[in-house]
Each structure stands twice: as C-alpha cells, then as structure tokens.
Design a protein around this ligand. Structure first.
Ligand code: C5P
Length: 315
C-alpha cells in the first residue's frame, strides 16, 4: 500500500437557491429548507504529516489567496473549522498524527458561501486519506454534521436540499448548468448575528416550506424561471445589518441579471446571468453585470463561476 505524506482536496463554494428559515428552536438553531448549489469557486486544502518530533500543535495552519482583506479574516489557530475537522477524524478513529494544514483560498471568507465549512469538509476527506483511516461516506457525513450545519454539503456538492438545521441532505435533480456572478463585500457578516437579526425582524416566522416553482425550474433547467424563483429569508436581516447591499443587488438587476440575492447569511451577493451553455447572450449579460457591480465601488472583488459542480475531490 502507498503511504501518502501529503494529500490535497479541492472543495467548492455554495450559493443558496432557496433559504427558508423557520422560528428559533430551543437549541438556538433554526429549522431550514436550504437548497444548496455548488459553484466553481474552489478552495484547496492540503494536509501534510508534520515532522516526527512535533507533538503540538496537533494542527498547524497556513492560508493563502488573492482576495484582498478577506484572507486576514481566516483564523489560523485551532478555532478554524478545518483544524477542528482534523481533530475530529483523529478522535473518531483513535489514529492520526500532527499535521500541517494549508488553505489555498478562492472562496470568500465570512461571505455566506460556506468557505469555512467547505474547508472543514475537505480536511475530513484529506485526513481520512492521509491517515488511511477508511471512514465510510456515512461516517464522514455524520462527523461533518457535528462540525456545522453546512459542512456535509461540502462533501456531496452538486445541488441538494438541506433540512433540519441544514445538515440532513437529499440530492435535488438539477440537470442544467448555470452561470453566476458574485460580488464579494469589503466586510464580513457573522452567521450568528444575521440569524439573531432575523429573529428580531421575524418573531412570527412560519415553518419553512419547499418551493415547488424552484424545484420545477431546476428539474427543467430553465434559467429564467430559476432567476425568478431564487429566495432567501435571511436577506432582509443581512440588508438590515449592511444596507449598502441593496445598492449592489440593484446594480446587478439593472444590468440584466436573471435573478439576484444575498448568498446565505451574506454579505456576498449572487447574480444568475444565464444557463451555462456558453452562448454569446449569456457572455454579454455577464460582462454587463460585472461592469455594473465594479462601478458601484462597493465590492472587494467581482467573480464569475459555474454551477453545479461536484463536492470535495482528492486531487
Ligand atoms: O452550524 P453553524 O456553525 O454553521 O452555525 C453558525 C450559527 O448560525 C449558529 O451558531 C446559529 O447561531 C446560526 N444558525 C441557526 N440555524 C441554523 C444554522 C445556523 O440559527 N440552521
């Protein structure tokens, strides 16, 4: 058997196509109907055996990326969810040894695109491979769900609906490909703060329900219908905490986006610009949306990506 001394796993960002949020639960979480869609903004997570002499820290973290101020928001200690994922594999299996964990980041940080969760999903897969612990997909998904509500989706990718607090996943039929533009904010938003603001704004939130129009749009690959069906119950809370996001959304809509919404708890804004079949019309619309967003001066960066794409993959 080959012994790996280093393993790299590539993992995608997500955008939410529907995020329906119920009332607060007793455990502090909210029941969701959360339609995740994986897009081609990737982080690469590399784990390498640490020198045999090192006993601590168990995980030593470094991060790199070209995303302006975003990188400074990545915690480089054992509070990072990816470091906690490595520890979780070691605890679960009683095996493993100290590692260096390197994050090569493209996914916005604290941006509502599950970057931290994606890194944790990748770290689970990478450590399992590095240590030869052979965890089944089911056990990886269980560990992921314990780490955070969005981590399991990083393992499966594609398009899936999450219920419970978002961690109970069912694949969702979605044969189409879509082209997206993302406006990264200069600021970050804390997921917990956005949910708290949601509770303040919606003390009477109803139980979350699936959206049949969205399901139909995805099943038929209809980009125009998908653009119309996009919805996010957390959007008013994100806009309340960061009102300038309304101007970002409006700029993309006015430039012809088929749909515009805050991704997850924000503040990244997502714009659907067409089906992913690469037509000139889609390319022109994308260029107009990118130019309009750039002109606002509100965005740290504007990037385009395709969806959906697979989940965590060993390179
Ligand atoms: O699960 P995760 O660690 O990503 O959640 C971060 C925070 O977001 C939680 O502490 C909670 O405040 C909020 N949250 C929630 N309901 C969910 C998911 C997250 O209230 N379903």
């Amino acid at each position: 058997m080959t012994v790996n001394t280093t393993v790299t796993v590539r993992v995608p960002a997500k955008v939410n196509l529907q995020l329906a949020v119920g009332p607060g639960r007793e455990d502090g979480f909210h029941d969701l109907v959360n339609v995740f869609h994986a897009v081609s903004l990737f982080d690469e997570v590399t784990v390498t055996e640490a020198s045999a002499r090192r006993q601590s820290p168990f995980v030593s973290l470094t991060a790199r990326g070209e995303m302006g101020s975003h990188l400074a928001r990545v915690p480089l200690d054992e509070s990072n969810l990816a470091a906690r994922a490595a520890l979780a594999v070691a605890e679960e299996t009683g095996r493993g040894a100290p590692v260096d964990l390197h994050l090569d980041k493209q996914i916005p940080v604290a941006g509502g695109m599950a970057g931290g969760s994606a890194d944790a999903a990748a770290a689970l897969v990478a450590c399992d491979r590095l240590w030869g612990t052979g965890l089944s997909r089911e056990r990886l998904v269980e560990l992921a769900a314990r780490l955070g509500s969005d981590v399991a989706f990083g393992l499966v990718g594609a398009t899936a609906v999450g219920t419970g607090r978002g961690e109970i996943l069912e694949p969702m039929p979605s044969p189409g490909r879509y082209r997206w533009v993302f406006a990264l904010s200069k600021r970050g938003l804390s997921t917990a703060d956005v949910f708290r603001e949601y509770d303040r704004l919606r003390p009477d939130a109803p139980e979350p329900r699936p959206d049949r129009e969205l399901e139909k749009a995805l099943a038929t690959g209809d980009a125009v219908a998908l653009g119309r069906a996009l919805s996010n119950d957390l959007q008013p809370a994100a806009l309340s905490l960061l009102p300038e996001l309304e101007r970002t959304l409006e700029a993309g809509r006015a430039a012809g986006a088929l749909g515009a919404l805050v991704s997850g708890s924000g503040p990244t804004c997502a714009f659907l610009v067409g089906g992913g079949e690469g037509s000139t019309v889609v390319a022109e619309r994308e260029a107009e949306v990118v130019a309009a967003l750039t002109r606002t001066g509100l965005c740290e960066q504007v990037v385009a990506a395709d969806g959906d794409v697979p989940g965590a993959t060993v390179l």
